[in-house]
Design a protein around this ligand. Structure first.
Ligand SMILES: [Zn+2]
Length: 99
């Protein structure tokens, strides 16, 4: 297990809902953002627009996978999908997970 692999600088987006890697975006802007920036993208697995998590390093990818496994994004993913479906209403209800 090499600890010093070169980090890729590709921005990857991972679907919050299914955890699959989304369609890569070629972005030239070097705007600095916080880690795990959210972006709403079309997911070809979910077949609708879902919030994706931007991962710029392998560490962030690992963190995403860990969070995904723990169900961290379930509410947010559903809220983002619900928002698209009800975009005319424009209301997001973020339910708090029980337990
Ligand atoms: Zn998906």
């Amino acid at each position: 297990m090499g600890k010093h692999q070169a980090y890729t600088t590709d921005n990857s987006f991972f679907c919050m809902r299914c955890g699959n890697k989304g369609i890569p975006l070629a972005r030239r802007e070097s705007s600095r953002r916080e880690a795990h920036h959210r972006k709403k993208l079309y997911c070809r697995f979910c077949k609708e627009e879902v919030n994706h998590i931007e991962c710029r390093t392998l560490d962030e990818v690992e963190l995403f996978k860990e969070n995904f496994k723990n169900g961290v994004y379930i509410d947010e993913a559903e809220a983002s999908v619900a928002y698209v479906r009800n975009s005319r209403v424009g209301q997001i209800h973020l339910g708090k997970a029980q337990g």
